[in-house]
Design a protein around this ligand. Structure first.
Ligand code: SF4
Length: 729
């Protein structure tokens, strides 16, 4: 029996696991009692991980060999790695020569490890000379990134999990963390049980399991978040609950925001958000005063926890910034129990951002738009320059492929033909691209059906490297067993491709990718060391950390600069922010209604999100029968009043449609939904839930209906709201 410490590959809580194996097969999994994120606990998904690694499952579900389709409609044929990589390097170099580097697009995943991300970022931006590299984190966390940068100057969550234990008030908004981040929610429940003075506010259009724990539940109308936050600030100002000394000494831009929120009177906010005025006052008081009813000498701390409800919106950046404004206006930041803590959706969206894995970023939180940052990264990588031309974000990349501008799409560890909005456009892009490469652990996703080349990748239990969770904590990911078949680590595939491309693009020069692909441990550590060096002097400086130190001290939070004995638990304790002048910036953005609002023809708001026991497109969790015990099939949740008005009963089929597409599925009453609001889990793909586009094409799941409208600052699409028509089928 062998035991290997690693992490759970699902959500951004980043729980530590102990993998049990006989050296060849994974036989069990349990929570790592020494990992600070979970202290030994696992949720239903994490505790069944070993079952998804069973050999029978691997044989059925895994992609085991490189495969090539000679025709898009033909069955894929097995090829060798040399054949695959030689041909792909030649095709990519050829497309680059004929159409320029921006004819290439790389779409990666927040489930890749930091080392995978680093190699692909260097390959695309450093070697190929295009910034067209984006990831599914664009659909997940990019509004949180933009919100932090707009206000605090850096993409750095300032608080930590321990702050849940220390807060006087928890403001949970846009997050059903009871289901989406279950182990962290256990911590909230324990804080609730331990501290009778703790006040919990939950703002969510749907009364979720999270809301059941709330002292104050705010069932705001979909898309009214900015109005709510402005309204709370208006009340705080009126009642004298702001921290004027903090505002004066440590922030800028308050006068503009104050003028803006003057219009957000309690009566107006109550009308737009659909909330009682008295509840607005109570929320403002608790949020400003850390759960106290009256101002106290030492202000009690307030922590906010938030996720996709704020991010997946056309106002995603404004939502995040308006919430952070509240923390800044009340001095609720930089001290124990206080601060805005965004909950990361995926296990390594943070690590991806750290190495610059978005089309507008460069290594170590550098900005592509900054010429100095481009020069620094070019020097670090040993290339002449990094192109200044902005890269395309996720949706832009697929739109460009659908228009014929992007000729080749390389997709790793993600399933855009299910998970992106405006599925009709995404599928047009995959059909029109000259070359589609899918690098995947799983053989049959919606996207693999479009691939010219399928490249088998390793996955949980086989991979090694690092990830960073929602509280900036870097953990080692370790391999318990060898990947099956010919599967390789994602970074190894990137390195082997890069070296072949170098023969086309810079022959006779030394390689930029000198990592040992034959010795995965040494190779991955060398990549991480290069990343570590890129962080020197940056906000996420980890030059004091090393893989041997992670072995000895366990997971560490960044920053941990050279000379530090441990990572920093929380940021901005000195109230010096990561802006040019050290002052945090208030971000004054007016409220905007959802992009596709309800109208007479489409009178329902459709909300999308997660279930407790499923993960993303169910490639892994969908294989386990026991994980369907919670919810066994895709069901449209409808409020009881609408069920009655439309004479629907549980199990009746309804036809749901809008300008993007249509689906037919059964309904289930959900007492947590208000009239005219619907909820549909995001997990079900075409195997379970067929949809149809407006031109009659076959589409998959809920994203047959979602809108590509997006936040202009973060480019994150509004997956949380679209108007639909509902008819009994
Ligand atoms: Fe995995 Fe998240 Fe569950 Fe922890 S809470 S076990 S990271 S899915």
């Amino acid at each position: 029996m062998k035991e290997t410490k690693s992490t759970c590959p699902y959500c951004g809580v980043g729980c530590g696991v102990v993998i049990e194996s006989d050296g060849l097969q994974i036989t069990g999994v349990r929570g790592d009692p020494e990992h600070p994120a979970n202290l030994g606990r696992l949720c239903t998904k994490g505790s069944t991980l070993h079952l998804t690694a069973a050999p029978a499952y691997a044989q059925q579900a895994r992609l085991l060999q490189p495969m090539r389709r000679l025709e898009r409609t033909s069955a894929p044929q097995v090829a060798s790695w040399d054949q695959a990589l030689d041909e792909l390097a030649a095709r990519i170099a050829g497309i680059r020569a004929a159409h320029g580097p921006d004819a290439l697009g790389f779409y990666l995943s927040g489930q890749l490890l930091t080392e995978d991300y680093y190699v692909f970022n260097k390959l695309v931006k450093g070697l190929l000379g295009t910034n067209n590299l984006d990831t599914n984190s664009r659909l997940c966390m990019s509004s949180a990134v933009a919100g932090y940068k707009a206000t605090l100057g850096s993409d750095a969550p300032p608080a930590c999990y321990e702050d849940i234990d220390l807060a006087g008030c928890l403001f949970i908004t846009g997050s059903n963390m009871a289901w989406a981040h279950p182990i962290l929610f256990r911590r909230v429940e324990e804080a609730r049980a331990r501290n009778p003075q703790l006040r919990i506010i939950v703002a969510d259009p749907r009364r979720t399991e999270t809301a059941e724990l709330a002292d104050l539940y705010l069932p705001l109308q979909p898309g009214s978040d900015v109005m709510l936050f402005h309204g709370l600030l208006h009340i705080m100002l009126w009642e004298g609950w702001t921290d004027s000394a903090f505002i004066a000494q440590h922030t800028s831009g308050f006068a503009q925001l104050k003028a803006l929120v003057r219009e957000a009177t309690p009566e107006k906010v109550a009308a737009v958000c659909g909330l009682p005025v008295a509840d607005l006052y109570r929320a403002a008081r608790w949020m400003a005063l850390g759960g106290a009813e009256e101002p106290t000498d030492a202000r009690r701390p307030s922590l906010s926890l938030y996720c996709q409800g704020l991010n997946q919106s056309r106002s995603g950046t404004a939502n995040n910034a308006a919430l952070i404004n509240l923390h800044l206006a009340t001095g609720q930041i930089g001290r124990p129990g206080a601060g805005p803590l965004s909950l990361t959706g995926q296990p390594n969206a943070m690590g991806g951002r750290e190495v610059g894995g978005l089309s507008n970023l460069l290594s170590a939180h550098r900005d592509l738009s900054n010429a100095g940052h481009r020069a620094e990264v070019a020097q670090l990588w040993g290339v002449e320059s990094i192109p200044a031309q902005p890269g395309k974000s996720a949706l832009e990349m697929f739109e460009a492929a659908a228009d014929g501008q992007i000729k080749a799409l390389w997709i790793a560890c993600t399933n855009p033909a299910q998970s992106m909005p405006e599925q009709a456009m995404v599928r047009r892009a995959l059909e029109r691209a000259e070359l589609v490469v899918v690098q995947e652990a799983f053989a049959a996703t919606e996207t693999t059906a479009y691939a010219d080349w399928l490249l088998p990748a390793s996955t949980w239990g086989e991979k090694l490297g690092t990830v960073t969770n929602s509280e900036r904590r870097i953990s080692r990911v370790r391999a318990a067993v060898v990947a099956p078949g010919a599967a390789r680590h994602d970074w190894q595939i990137g390195v082997e491709l890069a070296r072949r491309l170098e023969q086309h693009l810079r022959p006779s020069l030394p390689t930029l990718f000198p990592y040992d692909t034959a010795n995965a441990d040494a190779g991955a550590e060398a990549i991480w060391n290069e990343h570590r060096e890129s962080t020197r002097g940056r906000d996420l400086d980890i030059t004091g950390l090393s893989w041997p130190l992670l072995e000895v001290k366990g997971p560490q939070q960044w920053p941990m600069p050279q000379g530090a004995s441990q990572g920093r638990q929380r940021l901005y304790g000195d109230a010096v922010f990561a802006t040019d002048d050290g002052r945090a910036r208030f971000d004054a953005q007016p409220w905007q209604a959802p992009a596709v609002p309800r109208d007479a023809r489409h009178p329902f708001s459709l909300n999308t999100g997660r279930l407790r026991d499923q993960w993303h497109g169910m490639t892994r969790t969908g294989q386990l029968g026991r994980l369907f015990a919670h919810v066994s099939e895709p069901q449209l949740q409808v409020g009881p009043q609408d069920m009655q008005r439309l004479q629907l009963k549980d199990g009746d089929l309804v036809h749901l449609s809008n300008r993007y597409g249509a689906i037919v599925l059964p309904v289930q009453a959900d007492p947590g939904l208000q009239p005219a609001q619907l909820y549909l889990p995001m997990h079900w793909g075409s195997m379970y839930l067929s949809g149809m586009g407006s031109k009659g094409q076959r589409l998959a799941g809920v994203n047959a209906l979602t809108t590509p409208e997006r936040c202009p600052r973060s480019k994150q699409p509004e997956l949380k709201h679209v108007a639909v028509k509902l008819l009994k089928a």
